[in-house]
Design a protein around this ligand. Structure first.
Ligand code: ATP
Ligand code: MG
Length: 139
C-alpha cells in the first residue's frame, strides 16, 4: 500500500444539520490528513457534471436537487490506502445497511441524504480533486 489522496464532500444535509465538525473529527481520527478544505455550493451544472455517471438513473434529478440545496464542504485527504479507507469509514451508500461506527450509519438519514461523498477509484479521485482544488492548494 502507498500514501494516496482522495476527495470527499460533506453533503448539504450534514452541513445544514451541524454535523460537519463531527464528520471531520471522525475522518481525522481515522488517520487522514486534511490537505485542503473549503466551503462552497454546487451550481446545477456542477452537480450534473459531478454525478454524470448516474445521469441515466431514476434518482439522478433528485440527487442533483439535493446536492445543490445548500452549502457543502469539499476536502482533499491523504493517507495510506486513502480511497478504499475513506469508503470504509463512510459506510455503505444506504445507511440502513451501513456498519456500526461509520459516518453514514451515524449521520445519514436516507440512501439519498447520506451526508458524505468519497471518490471510488484512483482515476475519479484525481479528476474530482482537480475539479475543486488547484495544484498550489495540494502541495
Ligand atoms: P458517493 O458517490 O456520493 O460517494 P456512493 O459511491 O456510495 O456515493 P453512488 O452509487 O455513487 O454511491 O451514488 C451517488 C449518490 O447518489 C449516493 O451517495 C446517494 O446520495 C445517491 N443515491 C444512490 N443510490 C440512490 C437511490 N437508490 N436513491 C436515491 N439516491 C441514491
Ligand atoms: Mg459514488
Amino acid at each position: 500500500m502507498s500514501v494516496e489522496r482522495t476527495f470527499s464532500i460533506i453533503k448539504p444535509d450534514a452541513v445544514a444539520a451541524g454535523h460537519a465538525g463531527e464528520i471531520l473529527a471522525m475522518i481525522e481520527a481515522a488517520g487522514f490528513k486534511i490537505l485542503a478544505v473549503r466551503m462552497t455550493r454546487l451550481s446545477e451544472p456542477q452537480a450534473r457534471g459531478f454525478y454524470a455517471v448516474h445521469a441515466a438513473k431514476p434518482f439522478y434529478a433528485g440527487l442533483v436537487k439535493f446536492m445543490t440545496e445548500g452549502p457543502i464542504i469539499v476536502m482533499a485527504l491523504e493517507r495510506e490506502n486513502a480511497i478504499a479507507g475513506l469508503r470504509e469509514v463512510m459506510g455503505a451508500t444506504n445507511p440502513e445497511i451501513a456498519a456500526e461506527g461509520t459516518i453514514r450509519k451515524r449521520f445519514a438519514t436516507s440512501i439519498e441524504r447520506n451526508c458524505i461523498h468519497g471518490s471510488d477509484a484512483a482515476e475519479t479521485a484525481a479528476v474530482e480533486l482537480g475539479f475543486f482544488f488547484g495544484a498550489a492548494e495540494l502541495l
